[in-house]
Write a protein that binds this ligand. Structure first.
Ligand SMILES: Cc1ncc(COP(=O)(O)O)c(C=O)c1O
Length: 417
């Protein structure tokens, strides 16, 4: 069992702001002491660039950096550490894939498929790629349970039907594992398997920004070609992320950026490129960020993803029930009904109250929630509202936080009505 009160003690922000009710971990998570200390350790003990110097500190920083690559590979069960490319975050990972393998493989008449629930980071790069190449940009719609329309259940058995959506002409299928607005968990293993049956050459890209921090993700089990996530949503530093790609694909892809460290030899006549993963890591990376990411993984694994998932399920259910009990005629929640299909995210509207007003009044009581379109404008078109209020949970939240949110919402309704 996970103990949020104990866990809170590891997060120095609560020493400074003991009253903080932080319900915005989908935007970014708070940082525990081991992660902050690791950042400090690099800057105070062995600052040096990596893969260059042969003095002690340069060797130490290179070793810490490359150790992290191994830790990340093991964490998501990549076949080999060379499949792990450090990026600035999910956005850069997806843009890397779109502007290398995407650009190289898409031609006029091909199809690029995403879903309506994608974050703009996994929507716009593919949309723009399709537009540039003259390819068809197709969007998987949602059903009334806020799940992908290509899935249904027959007596609990999951049925996937990609017929018509994914075809032999589909070159890219890019989907989120967990929606950052609805909390919907998509059955990507089954979807990817079916897509590969329809077109074995399809390239599948998984946006795992809201999945990797909250549940065990295994890239080999998923069967995807690429998977991207961000460090800052999983207790790690901002400005660091991972793109995991299949070795054979990464190996034949053109570089994303040019510069130091990604080359083997540069001559006036020609340049040859470095081996994986360095081919995709041009310039000096966020060394401290990478090194500290290792600590966030250690911290999460110590708690255990079974515990994390269970904890978030309980809080999600507790909040969903409280909202419908306290605001029966006002509340509308946007997300799946079955708890097994929901991540730790609840987005809602309260009749005639603007989400920004709600968030502002909650902030007076130090309750941090997100209000807006959460970088999912096509999804909000489907929801029929320009904005929602979103509460998202992580390991440091507990039922007291939910009770405070409910009390804050009651106060908000009184003020605004
Ligand atoms: C599902 C999803 N994808 C992509 C992103 C983009 O992540 P980043 O801003 O860290 O690149 C986010 C961030 O909120 C997200 O929730």
């Amino acid at each position: 069992m996970l103990n949020p009160k104990r866990i809170k003690k590891d997060f120095p922000i609560f020493d400074k702001h003991p009253e903080l009710v932080y319900l915005d971990s989908s935007a970014t998570s708070l940082k525990p002491r081991p992660v902050i200390e690791k950042l400090l350790e690099y800057y105070t003990d062995y600052t040096a660039n990596i893969h260059r110097g042969i003095y002690k500190n340069a060797e130490k920083s290179t070793q810490e950096y490359e150790d992290t690559r191994k830790v990340v590979a093991k964490f998501i069960n990549a076949k080999r550490p060379e499949e792990i490319i450090f990026t600035r975050g999910t956005t850069e990972g997806i843009n890397l894939a779109a502007s290398t393998i995407g650009l190289d493989s898409i031609q006029k008449g091909d199809e690029v498929v995403v879903s309506r629930m994608e974050h703009h980071s996994n929507f716009v790069p593919w949309q723009q790629l399709a537009f540039q190449a003259g390819a068809d940009f197709k969007v998987i719609e949602l059903n009334e349970s806020y799940e992908l329309r290509v899935m249904s259940y027959e007596s609990e058995k999951l049925i996937i039907n990609l017929g018509g959506v994914v075809t032999k002409r589909t070159k890219i299928l890019a989907l989120t594992m967990v929606s950052n607005t609805l909390g919907t968990i998509n059955p990507l293993k089954e979807i990817i398997a079916q897509a590969k049956k329809i077109n074995p050459a399809i390239i599948t890209v998984v946006d795992a920004a809201q999945a990797v921090p909250h549940m065990k993700v295994d890239v080999q089990d998923l069967g995807c070609d690429f998977l991207a996530f961000s460090g800052h949503k999983m207790l790690g530093p901002t400005g660091i992320g991972v793109l995991c790609g299949k070795y054979e694909l990464l190996n034949k892809m053109s570089p994303y950026q040019y510069g130091g460290d990604m080359i083997r030899q540069v001559k006036i006549e020609e340049t040859t490129f470095n081996d994986l993963p360095h081919k995709f890591e041009a310039g000096t990376p966020h060394i401290a960020g990478v090194i500290a990411l290792k600590e966030s993984i250690k911290y999460l694994e110590k708690i255990g993803f079974k515990n994390i998932r269970e904890h978030e399920k309980n809080l999600t259910m507790y909040l969903a029930k409280a909202l419908s009990y306290e605001f029966p005629n006002l509340i509308k929640c946007y997300g799946p009904r079955q708890i097994g299909h929901m991540g730790g995210i609840v987005s809602f509207t309260l009749k005639n109250l603007h989400p920004h007003d709600i968030a502002q009044i909650l902030d007076e009581d130090n309750i941090a929630v997100r209000a807006g379109h959460h970088c999912t404008m096509p999804l909000h078109d489907f929801l029929g509202v320009p904005a929602t209020t979103r509460a998202s949970f992580y390991i440091y939240n507990d039922e007291d936080d939910v009770d405070k949110l409910i009390a804050g919402l009651k106060k908000t309704v009184k003020i605004l009505k």
